[in-house]
Design a protein around this ligand. Structure first.
Ligand code: 13P
Ligand code: SF4
Length: 303
């Protein structure tokens, strides 16, 4: 097995040969973040995928993110190095289940979190991410809004709108585990630290935190803040980007157990193998990709 430095060199050479770009989510392992051309949150990655000129995108993340890239750029080859990397929350609602809910609420708009399958996006009016969910909901003319699949993100949005939010009952296994007690314990260990959490956290955790951000929103906030210490209520992979972008800050995970196993399935070996074999490739059938793209484009068109 080649050493990390050799593997990195081989990946860079293959990347050039294939004219590929490597995109990675903030939760990826450090070595994968370090080899990527761009590291970001779901919204930034969707925008980066849409803007790429390179014919090959290696998507280091989970399947819905790579699917979004493939939907936005059907002419490109989108590779997901870890074939089985999925988001369990995205699997918590199916297009059939959404259709039943739509029959119950025919006047409601449907907002699909990007953490959904392409089939669910295809049945939705617009997508959102954790970075723009309130803005997306406020952009709609409908008074009733179905939000799938994350009940916590839906509950968070409901705090900022007069619209009636109809949440699906999904959740993220990683963020759902944070408790109010975790925040109390972390605050007692680091009394001066500001507590930042992701909107996928439970309502009582959001209530006990100081601020709520998407992953890249957290990084921007930390880098621009006067504060020096932060408690980070999201997946621990983000700590690497924070240490690169603002090394002078002190950040502590709200829980060191906050690890998304699917985000950790990608490693340098798999990135190398993907570029070498040009597989596994993510393909979304046109009949799903076209309506799904309408929902993603509508989100990306918002300022
Ligand atoms: P972000 O869009 O904030 O990066 O979140 C994605 C995600 O999967 C959170 O669990
Ligand atoms: Fe899905 Fe949660 Fe992992 Fe994000 S952290 S990819 S929402 S399981």
């Amino acid at each position: 097995m080649a050493k990390d430095s050799e593997l990195r060199d081989e990946i860079l050479a293959l990347k050039e040969e294939r004219d590929a770009v490597i995109l990675a989510h903030n939760y990826q392992i450090d070595a994968v973040q370090d080899i990527a051309d761009f590291v970001g949150d779901s919204l930034e990655l969707a925008r980066a995928a849409a803007a790429q000129k390179a014919p090959v995108i290696v998507f280091c993340g989970v399947d819905f993110m790579a699917e979004t890239a493939a939907i936005l750029s059907p002419e490109k080859t989108v590779l997901l190095p870890a074939a089985g990397a999925c988001c369990p929350m995205a699997e918590m609602v199916t297009a059939g289940e959404l259709a039943v809910l739509q029959e119950q609420y025919p006047d409601a708009a449907v907002v699909a979190y990007v953490n959904t399958t392409a089939e669910v996006k295809a049945e939705s009016d617009i997508c959102c991410t954790s970075a723009n969910a309130v803005k997306v909901v406020e952009s709609l003319s409908e008074q009733q809004v179905i939000m799938v699949p994350d009940r916590n993100l839906a509950g968070y949005v409901a705090r900022f709108t007069t619209k009636e939010i109809l949440p699906w009952d999904g959740f993220c296994l990683v963020h759902e585990r944070f408790t109010r007690k975790d925040i109390q314990t972390a605050r007692s260990r680091h009394p001066g630290a500001e507590v930042l959490v992701h909107p996928e956290c439970r309502p009582e955790v959001i209530d006990a935190a100081d601020q709520v951000f998407s992953t890249s929103g957290m990084i921007r906030h930390i880098c621009g803040s006067q504060n020096e210490e932060f408690i980070i209520g999201t997946e621990t992979g983000i700590l690497h980007q924070i240490s690169l972008k603002c090394p002078e800050k002190h950040c502590y995970p709200l829980s060191s157990r906050a690890i998304c196993v699917n985000m950790k399935k990608t490693d340098l070996e798999k990135v190398h193998a993907a570029l070498d074999r040009m597989a596994p490739r993510v393909l979304v059938p046109e009949r799903i990709a076209i309506p799904a793209r309408r929902a993603i484009d509508r989100m990306l068109a918002l300022p």
